[in-house]
Design a protein around this ligand. Structure first.
Ligand SMILES: CC(C)(COP(=O)(O)OP(=O)(O)OC[C@H]1O[C@@H](n2cnc3c(N)ncnc32)[C@H](O)[C@@H]1OP(=O)(O)O)[C@@H](O)C(=O)NCCC(=O)NCCS
Length: 152
């Protein structure tokens, strides 16, 4: 497993998050595929950074460089995971490593019993990340597969 650490996202990460979020593959794999305008992104990120129902992290590699982001949004008592690896760092094990690290830092204050991932059926890299981290397929339709894992 790749060595990474997760640090809390901060306002200084707003630009890099904008770039990663608007990368064409990220948009293609998202359920809302339209490009995200800067102003909308800025407002969205400001809210997320202070949202007590959200844990928002940046993944950092051994050299201290940011390699991606991972977020847990509390929805109906469950933690919904969103993650993204920097376009030039994909397919090197970082997605899998960030997802694994989440198990070690789940905040008890968030009070969730289950982690959930919603993935488009053609997003093979994301599917592999969830399956390799012990998530179980819970639902599937033509638009999405829902993976779930009980909180450790
Ligand atoms: C999805 C994403 C987060 C995965 O992170 P990643 O660092 O690229 O993936 P990893 O390198 O950790 O690979 C995880 C697994 O997927 C496999 N994999 C990676 N890319 C693959 C590809 N293109 N085709 C098939 N398998 C692939 C790897 O072999 C690995 O499986 P293994 O350990 O059994 O060999 C990343 O690709 C990304 O940011 N994509 C765009 C945004 C996105 O789709 N986010 C998720 C929305 S649900």
């Amino acid at each position: 497993m790749k060595k990474i650490k997760l640090v809390k996202a901060e306002h200084k990460d707003v630009r890099i998050m904008y770039e990663w979020s608007n990368d064409p593959t990220t948009r293609k794999n998202s359920f809302s595929m339209k490009p995200i305008p800067w102003d909308e992104h800025l407002e969205w990120m400001k809210k997320k950074l202070v949202d007590s129902n959200c844990l928002f992290f940046i993944g950092i590699d051994e050299g201290g460089n940011p390699i991606g982001s991972i977020r847990i949004d509390k929805e109906e008592g469950k933690g919904v995971i969103s993650f993204c690896v920097a376009p030039d760092r994909r397919h090197q094990g970082f997605g899998e490593a960030m997802l694994a690290e989440i198990d070690n830092i789940i905040d008890p204050e968030l009070d969730i019993d289950e982690l959930i991932g919603k993935v488009k059926p053609d997003n093979i890299a994301s599917i592999c990340c969830f399956v390799n981290n012990g998530y179980i397929e819970k639902e599937r339709d033509e638009r999405k597969i829902v993976y779930a894992k009980k909180c450790p």
